[in-house]
Design a protein around this ligand. Structure first.
Ligand code: IMP
Length: 200
């Protein structure tokens, strides 16, 4: 039996639910340019030095991949997985480790790569953990920073964009594991009666 084609508006994004709409906050073009400049800044600070990128899963994956390509020189990767958010948009306030690094960071020039700085609790937890492991340098690059939401006293060394206090998805960031593959960073808003509504 032939499958019935689902007609959707061309403004509907991949993975988008019927009751949802999305609004582009930062286009992929702007992200690419900013990531290129961030890489130049980082390489100016660490010329000719191997840089060990530590990506925080899963949100940082696309940012890390693009940043690594722009950095040039000797670059290695490792990943850590922590959770500070439950399902949906609310933080649990606690940070829990799900997966540790594969290799030691002792004596290395480490750049922690995060998708977004919100309360800062995740980054604070990671910096305390990594400092104890005696890296040569420990720096932080974040793509997005919601400065208004900060609880922990932490700052990134390299920041892509400061954004308002809105829940965002795309370019690695998710809402219940959806939207990570969007090329742009988009704002998600809740619709009436608790339904998710995302404006195009
Ligand atoms: P923090 O510990 O509150 O700074 O939160 C950091 C983590 O929360 C990020 O790495 C994201 O996984 C998640 N997060 C915070 N804000 C957003 C958002 O607007 N969209 C998607 N994930 C977010």
């Amino acid at each position: 039996m032939p499958t019935k084609a689902i007609k959707r508006s061309p403004r509907v994004k991949p993975g988008q639910r019927e009751e949802e709409t999305l609004r582009v906050l930062i286009s992929h073009q702007r992200i690419r340019e900013r990531v290129r400049h961030m890489a130049e800044e980082i390489r100016r600070d660490f010329p000719n030095e191997p840089i060990h990128l530590v990506g925080v899963l899963k949100g940082s994956v696309l940012f890390l991949a693009d940043l690594a390509r722009e950095l040039g020189g000797e670059v290695s990767f490792d990943f850590i997985s922590v959770s500070s958010y439950g399902k949906g948009m609310d933080s649990t306030g606690e940070v829990k480790m799900n997966k540790d690094l594969d290799v030691s960071i002792e004596g290395r020039s480490v750049l922690v790569v995060e998708d977004i700085l919100d309360t800062g609790l995740t980054l604070k937890y990671l910096l305390v953990l990594f400092e104890e492991r005696k890296p040569k340098h420990l720096r932080v690059a974040v793509l997005l920073d919601k400065v208004e939401r900060r609880i922990a006293d932490v700052k990134a060394d390299y920041t892509g964009f400061v954004i308002p206090n809105e829940f965002v998805v795309g370019y690695g960031l998710d809402y219940d594991e959806r939207y990570r593959n969007l090329p742009d960073v988009c704002v998600v808003r809740l619709g009436p009666r608790g339904k998710t509504k995302i404006e195009a």
